[in-house]
Ligand binder design. Structure first.
Ligand code: PLP
Length: 398
């Protein structure tokens, strides 16, 4: 063959760089994978040979990070799990529901889920025939009755600790009820992360994460993870994998790589988030214009007993109630200097949110109040800075 022209040199891929093994995970920024010959293509597409064909079906960078999250969720446990990394926390929730449920099936869950999850269940899945029943999941007898009375309930879905009051539910008890009645259980483990809480230890079937938060920790990517001990579900061709592939909820390799970079320091960060939050919760309790402090690490928190049983430490999230309602809340937010006003959580720096005027401004007041989101409530995602700097900022804002 003649040597290629300059236009062809521009367009062609270089040869696979055969080099010494990279120390750090490379980003496979490729939509597809080239086959040596047609037989290899057939073998990979029919799942007879490990490999990749198209990045929506699977990508080496994305799979490496998913496998790491599965390893974190099973560390020290005698169980095997498989994971998928998805394009957001919402994609993780959607993919588990689409992979497991069909029209006519029902989800039993709590009223104080992450707002986006409640909206997803009620606005997207309900019109497709998947109904959601809301109940207080602290009331285990009621949960068991509801499940016994309605065989259409296929999934018991919960979140612990939950936004913004840090309410916790009993993982072991809920997983046990689901299992005894032949139903599946799923938990959103975003607030705790596997470093502080491993739901597989208590028999939960599926774990979802918004890796956007603590798992990444640096606020630079939106992604999610879905982990399960029902490993065949995640294999090529099966229910959940198929939902990801066909709906296209897969994570991009770039975002996966950013999650991985953050994961390396997860243990150190969660230790500091937890110790800083505990100090700040104590400080807040002593303020005379603070009516209530919601931190599941405080013995005064109604779910402290549950949290203590199933968590190693209590994480970086807390909220508190200011005397003086909406006006006091807005005034306090405007005086914040060191911390940042931002509607996310789990980053290395401290983030403050006033739910009544920000994240929950479109939620009817009675719904808000029923879930503990009062006008004077301030939510803090405590960072890993020096705790004295955070306390000094809060102090001057009071
Ligand atoms: C943020 C969040 C989600 C949604 O995750 P995205 O990555 O924003 O899609 C779900 N659950 C919890 C608990 C969250 O905090």
């Amino acid at each position: 063959m003649q040597p290629p022209h300059i236009e062809s040199i521009c367009a062609k891929e270089p040869n696979d760089p055969r080099t010494t093994k990279p120390h750090v995970l490379p980003i496979y920024a490729t939509s597809s994978f080239a086959f040596e010959n047609i037989d290899e293509g057939i073998a990979i597409f029919s799942n007879q040979k490990p490999g990749h064909g198209y990045s929506r079906y699977g990508n080496p960078t994305v799979e490496a990070v998913a496998a790491k999250i599965a390893a974190l969720e099973t560390a020290g446990l005698d169980v095997e799990a498989a994971a998928l990394l998805l394009s957001s926390g919402q994609a993780a929730v959607s993919t588990v529901v689409l992979g497991l449920l069909k029209s006519g099936d029902k989800i039993l869950t709590q009223g104080n889920l992450y707002g986006g999850t409640t909206e997803l269940f009620l606005k997207i899945f309900k019109p497709y025939g998947i109904e959601t029943i809301l109940a207080d999941l602290h009331d285990l007898d009621r949960v068991e009755d509801l499940i016994k009375q309605d065989e259409k309930i296929k999934l018991l879905y919960f979140e612990t600790p939950a936004n913004p009051t840090l309410a916790c539910v009993d993982l072991a008890a809920l997983a046990d009820i689901a299992r005894r009645h032949g139903r599946l259980s799923a938990v959103d483990n975003t607030f705790a992360t596997p470093y502080l809480q491993q739901p597989f230890r208590y028999g939960v079937d599926f774990i979802v994460h918004s890796t956007t938060k603590f798992l990444n920790g640096h606020g630079n990517s939106i992604a999610g993870a879905l982990v399960t001990t029902h490993t065949p579900q995640m294999r090529m061709g099966n229910g959940i994998w198929q939902a990801m592939k066909l709906v296209g909820t897969n994570c991009s390799p770039w975002d996966a790589w950013l999650v991985h970079n953050g994961l390396k320091t997860l243990a150190l960060r969660m230790e500091r988030h937890s110790s800083n939050a505990m100090r700040i919760a104590g400080f807040l309790q002593e303020q005379k214009n603070v009516v209530r402090v919601n931190y599941c690490g405080l013995p005064s928190h109604p779910d402290h007993g549950i949290a203590k049983r199933q968590m190693k430490a209590f994480g970086g999230m807390l909220s508190f109630e200011l005397e003086g309602g909406l006006e006091a809340g807005i005034r306090f937010m405007n005086r914040i200097r060191f911390c940042t006003l931002a509607p996310t959580l789990g980053d290395v720096d401290t983030l403050i949110l006033h739910p009544a005027s920000m994240s929950h401004v479109n939620i009817p007041k009675e719904v808000r109040l029923a879930n503990g989101i009062t006008d004077g409530l301030i939510r803090v995602s405590v960072g890993i800075e020096h705790v004295d700097d955070i306390i000094a900022d809060l102090q001057q804002a009071f």
